[in-house]
Design a protein around this ligand. Structure first.
Ligand code: SF4
Length: 65
């Protein structure tokens, strides 16, 4: 799995950080998402899918490459 995030779409809601705190963080100054792990380990993938599902801005894209 590969993750990409679109910082321009991100509205700083933080839902991704709640769902998968090992993979996503937020910038202190504006809350925009910070991707910590672009290629997450197997055990994190369900949480990453949930994070992408709950993102209100659809800013998280997943690929199975
Ligand atoms: S859930 Fe989406 S909009 Fe909210 S911080 Fe994460 S990427 Fe940004």
């Amino acid at each position: 799995m590969k993750i990409t995030v679109d910082e321009d779409k991100c509205c700083g809601a933080g839902s991704c950080v709640l769902a998968a705190p090992e993979v996503f963080d937020q910038r202190d100054e504006d809350g925009v998402v910070v991707l910590l792990e672009a290629e997450p380990a197997q055990h994190l993938r369900a949480a990453v899918r949930e994070a992408a599902d709950v993102c209100p801005a659809a800013a998280i894209a997943l690929s199975e490459a």
